[in-house]
Design a protein around this ligand. Structure first.
Ligand code: FAD
Length: 426
C-alpha cells in the first residue's frame, strides 16, 4: 500500500478506480479546486480497462438506452477520447456482410473502436493515475471501503479509518454488486436487479471468421435479444474468471505487437429480463454457474461444434482429433455437453443466432469451432435515481456498470463525467 496520509474530510470521495471512477475524478479535478479522494481496493483498476481494453466510441454500444440519448452520449464520448486518446481501428468492406445480415433480420452496427491490449493496459492506467495525482487528487490504492455510515456523510475503511465527505460517487463495478446492495439498503435507496446476460464464448481459427480482418470487433444484433460481444483476434485467448461460487469464461487479446495465434474468440450473449416471482438476475446467473461447476467438477465446459451437431458430448480423448485441428486456449475447461447444462430457451436462441451468423460469415460453424459455457454478465443493480446525474440521495451518486448506467469502458467513463456535472451545477 502506498504511504499516503488521508485527510479526515474530502469535498468529493470516489469509490472505485474503474473507468467510471476515473471519468469522475478527471472531470472534478480539471474543473474545481475541490479536495478529491479516489479509493481503489486493488493495486490497479480491474475490469476491462485492465483486460483487453477495447474502447467503443459509437452510441449506443455500452450505453443503456434508458439512461442515454445519442446527443448526450456523443458529447461525452468526445470528452472521454481526450483522456484515453484512442487510436481507431480501421473498418473495411463490411457492406457485403451488412447486406447478407439484412436478409436474415440481423443488424450489424458500424462502430468506431480502439484496442489497447492486455499487455499495454497497465501502462495506460498507471499514466492516468499519475495525471490525477498531478492534478492534486489523493489516490489511495489497495484501500478498501468497508461501508458507508447510514445517517452521516461518512465512510469507514477496512482499516477502521473514518472519512467524511460532502459528495460521494460510488463506482464499484459489476463484481461487487452485493457490496453495493448492502450500501443501498443502508442508505434507503431502492433498486432492482432483474437483468442478466447468459451465453457462450465461441473460439475458432481466424480463417473461419474472416470478418475480423475488416472489422475488429463486429457488433451483430440477432433476434431474441442475442448479440455478439467482445471479439478478440490477433493473439487471442480465453480465460476463466472467478466469481462468488462459479467461473465465467471471458476473452481477451494482446496488442498487435505480440505474435498472433491465428485464433478468434467472441461471446454470443442473450439478455434475460426476469419478472416476478424470480427477480434476481444475479442469483439466476449464479445458479447456472454453480450447475456448471457441479457438472464439470469445478470448472467451465467446452464442446466442439462437430460433437454438438451430432448430439454427442465432447470427450477429452477425442477433443483434438482429425477435423478438430486447433487446441483450446482455455486448457482447464472440461470437454462436455452444452445441452445438458444450458436452459433450452437460451441454447435455442443462441444456436439459431450462430446459424444465421454462419450464413453471414461462412465458416463460423466449422466442426472444430469450440463453444465454451458459461459466459455470464450479471448486470448491475439499477438504483432509483432522483435526477439525471445519477444522484440517489443528496450528496450520493452511483455510476458505472454496477449501477446499470453503462456496459463498457467509454460509457462508464461518461457516466462519471455526468455525475460530476451534477455536482458542479449545484
Ligand atoms: C475481463 C473483462 C474484460 C472486459 N473487456 C472489456 C473491453 O475490452 N471493453 C469494454 O468496453 N468493456 C470491457 N469489459 C467491461 C468493462 O470492464 C466495464 O464495462 C467497465 O470496467 C465498468 O467500469 P466501472 O468503473 O463501472 O467498474 P470497474 O471497471 O469494475 O471498476 C470498479 C472498481 O471498483 C473497485 N471497488 C469495488 N468495491 C470497492 C470498495 N468497496 N472499495 C474500494 N474499491 C472498490 C474494484 O476493485 C474495481 O477496480 C470487460 C470486463 C471484464 C471483467
Amino acid at each position: 500500500m502506498e504511504n499516503l496520509k488521508l485527510k479526515n474530510y474530502y469535498d468529493l470521495i470516489i469509490v472505485g478506480s474503474g473507468p467510471a471512477g476515473l471519468g469522475a475524478a478527471f472531470k472534478m479535478a480539471e474543473n474545481s479546486d475541490s479536495s478529491i479522494l479516489l479509493i481503489e481496493k486493488k493495486k490497479i483498476s480491474s475490469g476491462g480497462l485492465r483486460n483487453d481494453c477495447k474502447q467503443n466510441y459509437t452510441y449506443p454500444v455500452g450505453f443503456p438506452l434508458e439512461h442515454w440519448k445519442k446527443e448526450n452520449a456523443d458529447v461525452l464520448l468526445e470528452e472521454v477520447a481526450t483522456h484515453l486518446k484512442p487510436k481507431m481501428e480501421t473498418r473495411l468492406n463490411i457492406d457485403k456482410y451488412i447486406k447478407r445480415a439484412e436478409k436474415l433480420g440481423v443488424d450489424i452496427l458500424a462502430i468506431d473502436q480502439a484496442h489497447v491490449g492486455t499487455d499495454k493496459s497497465s501502462k495506460l492506467i498507471n499514466g492516468l493515475i499519475k495525471q490525477l495525482k498531478t492534478l492534486g487528487v489523493d489516490v489511495a490504492l489497495e484501500t478498501e471501503v468497508k461501508e458507508l455510515v447510514s445517517d452521516k456523510k461518512e465512510m469507514i475503511l477496512e482499516s477502521g479509518e473514518i472519512i467524511a465527505f460532502d459528495n460521494i460517487i460510488l463506482g464499484p463495478g459489476r463484481a461487487d454488486y452485493d457490496w453495493m446492495q448492502e450500501q443501498m439498503n443502508k442508505l434507503g435507496v431502492e433498486y432492482s436487479y432483474n437483468i442478466v446476460d447468459i451465453g457462450i464464448r465461441v473460439e475458432m481459427k481466424e480463417e473461419n471468421y474472416s470478418i475480423v480482418k475488416d472489422y475488429y470487433d463486429p457488433k451483430i444484433l440477432f433476434p431474441n435479444k442475442v448479440r455478439t460481444f467482445c471479439t478478440n483476434s490477433g493473439c487471442a485467448n480465453i480465460v476463466r474468471e472467478k466469481y462468488k461460487g462459479y467461473y465465467s469464461v471471458n476473452g481477451h487479446s494482446l496488442s498487435k505487437e505480440k505474435k498472433a495465434n491465428n485464433l478468434v474468440n467472441f461471446a454470443m450473449l442473450k439478455t434475460i429480463r426476469l419478472t416476478e416471482p424470480v427477480v434476481s438476475g444475479q442469483q439466476f446467473g449464479k445458479i447456472l454457474g454453480e450447475m456448471v461447476m457441479q457438472l464439470s467438477g469445478g470448472s467451465v465446459i467446452m464442446q466442439r461444434v462437430g460433437d454438438f451437431r451430432l448430439g454427442q458430448r465432447s470427450k477429452k480423448e477425442t477433443f483434438n482429433n482429425d477435423l478438430y485441428d486447433f487446441k483450446p486456449t482455455l486448457s482447464n475447461a472440461v470437454a462436455a455437453d452444452l445441452s445438458l447444462s444450458m436452459p433450452a430457451k437460451i441454447l435455442r436462441d443462441i444456436w439459431s443466432a450462430l446459424k444465421k451468423l454462419d450464413s453471414i460469415v461462412p465458416g463460423v460453424l466449422h466442426p472444430s469451432t469450440i463453444l465454451y459455457y458459461p459466459e455470464i454478465k450479471t448486470y448491475s443493480n439499477k438504483p432509483q435515481f432522483v435526477n439525471d446525474n445519477f444522484m440517489v440521495k443528496d450528496g450520493y451518486y452511483i455510476i458505472g456498470d454496477g449501477a446499470g448506467t453503462s456496459r463498457g469502458i467509454t460509457a462508464a467513463w461518461a457516466s462519471g463525467i455526468r455525475a460530476v456535472n451534477g455536482i458542479l451545477s449545484k
